[in-house]
Design a protein around this ligand. Structure first.
Ligand code: UN1
Length: 505
């Protein structure tokens, strides 16, 4: 890792993007976006906005909606398709920017950009489908159908862990369905949203259809979610923020999609292919520095293979190379910011106080090449009791709890015994047990012989219990969220025909 700042040039100042214009925040205030692997590098300066910018963006999106909703969906889709091609052309540059602002390693930021590209191509296809229903009417000479209509102005509040993929999950389906949008990127990773929207601009998205307002949750997120003209909100974030946003949305009858926390279990049974399970555990727990909602944070291992599994896991976790994600040989980058690093370290302390066995890691790395970043060692806790806080609460860092179990039923009970239900996994060679797990794991996603991360964009993504409020992103679930059903009856009989309910027998 370089000891000098990676960039010594003056950081670029980014303005809000409202109604196709670059606008400064009225407050005149700004905030810095810094590289978590080397905080001396300022990746960009962004506007610290407030209600005034939110109001201007909502007004612009409202005006743009009047026209955009009437653009035929296949034409809207052409812009999305083109934007995906542009993302593909710029993939390397945008991925490097993402590593600089978020810290995850280049191969993962390339994956993040790829996820946006895949979502774009999938959603562009939806422009020529957007399926509704045609059904027979009760009456002769009458046609009955249900069509999808856009909702209106949508607000997207996006997280820092998938700085481009998650914005794409929200913006692409909303746009193809004919909505207009205001996006508030996470303050740690706004650059990737600017890059994403730049691709949309270059693809020809009309002014006002997509607007970016940067800033802090309480200053931008709150006025955005409370604005009476916003008709739908999509948030990916913590369960605590989700509760606040959900309550606010309910008061004004807004549609609201919440994708929140996880405490994802991986079950390893005695008959599992242990090499495969170990590869999966390492990737699921320490990929993205454990900062995925889908991260493997509990590994529930049957007693027959427990010792061997834990020993081999620890051996391999110790060998992971930590560092700046721009270095292609690095396996794991830093925590995204100081506060996330402190959370990781706090839970490491909690785990030790609870009596779990810390088998490796457990420290901040702060010497030499690490001195300017937020690095935490990959940490494995063994002999964890399922009721411990480290086995119940989302940490969002490179800390994994290994929990011994007696048998399959026990494993499922432990797996389901948390307030979340996003992803889950089981390693077994027994087809009966695999199907039983598919049926009994109460989560939005279940993997058989694969880790809890790595969802594909054309399947529903989301979870049960406090992971969300029942909506799904990805695939057709996203089109369902961003469209309103309208039932249409066309009577071509030329006379008053009464529906069955209104006719005397
Ligand atoms: C998230 O962690 O918030 O399934 C999203 C995965 C990725 C998306 C994760 N496709 O791991």
């Amino acid at each position: 890792m370089a000891t000098e700042p990676i960039s010594v040039t003056k950081p670029r100042v980014f303005k809000n993007f409202i109604d196709g214009q670059w606008v400064e925040s009225r407050s005149g205030q700004a905030f810095e976006n810094v590289n978590p692997a080397d905080t001396r590098e300022v990746v960009g300066i962004f506007q610290r906005s407030g209600k005034a910018e939110v109001d201007a963006a909502v007004e612009a999106a409202g005006r743009a909606f009047a026209k955009w909703r009437l653009v035929p969906a296949p034409r809207r889709a052409e812009i999305i398709y083109r934007a995906s091609q542009i993302l593909e052309e710029r993939k390397e540059d945008y991925s490097r920017d993402m590593t600089r602002e978020m810290g995850k390693v280049l191969k993962e930021t390339r994956g993040d950009t790829q996820e946006a590209i895949d979502t774009g191509y999938f959603m562009a296809g939806e422009g020529r489908r957007m399926f509704g229903h045609t059904v027979p009417s009760e009456l002769p000479n009458k046609f009955a159908m249900a069509v999808r209509q856009p909702i209106g102005v949508c607000a997207m509040i996006t997280p820092w862990n998938f700085p481009m993929a998650i914005p794409s999950w929200k913006l692409f389906p909303a746009l193809v369905a004919g909505n207009t949008c205001i996006i508030k990127p996470a303050q740690d990773t706004p650059l990737s949203v600017f890059n994403f929207v730049e691709a949309l601009m270059d693809a020809g998205i009309p002014k006002g259809v997509v607007n970016i307002v940067t800033g802090f949750g309480s200053e931008v997120g709150t006025p955005l979610t409370e604005h009476p003209d916003v008709r739908a909100i999509s948030l990916t974030g913590s369960t605590a923020v989700g509760r606040v946003v959900g309550e606010s949305a309910a008061r004004s009858f807004k549609r609201c999609s919440l994708e929140l926390g996880g405490k994802n279990p991986m079950i390893v049974l005695d008959d599992a292919n242990l090499d495969l399970a170990l590869d999966g555990a390492l990737w699921g727990a320490f990929g993205t520095t454990g900062q995925r909602c889908t991260a493997t944070s509990r590994i529930i291992v049957q007693k027959g293979v427990y010792r061997e599994f834990v020993n081999r896991l620890v051996e391999r976790a110790k060998k992971l190379k930590i560092g700046n994600g721009l270095d292609e040989t690095v396996d794991m980058g830093p925590a995204v910011n100081k506060s996330q690093m402190e959370t990781d370290l706090k839970y490491i302390e909690i785990g030790q106080n609870e009596g779990a066995k810390m088998l490796c890691g457990g420290h901040r790395l702060e010497k030499g090449e690490y001195q300017h970043g937020w690095f935490v060692e990959p940490t494995v806790f063994g002999d964890v009791d399922p009721k411990m806080r480290i086995a119940q609460e989302e940490i969002f860092g490179p800390v994994v709890s290994v929990i011994p179990c007696d048998h399959m039923d026990d494993a499922i009970e432990i797996a389901n015994g948390v307030v979340y239900g996003l992803s889950s996994a089981i390693y077994t060679k027994d087809v009966n047990r695999a199907f039983k797990a598919m049926c009994d794991l109460y989560a939005g996603i279940t993997y058989i012989n694969a880790p809890t991360i790595g969802a594909e964009v054309h399947l529903p993504f989301g979870g049960t219990k406090q992971t969300g409020n029942g909506h799904r992103e990805g695939g057709i679930g996203a089109i369902d969220f961003y469209t309103e059903w309208k039932s249409v009856y066309v009577d071509y009989s030329d006379r008053l025909q009464k529906a069955q309910i209104d006719r005397p027998e």
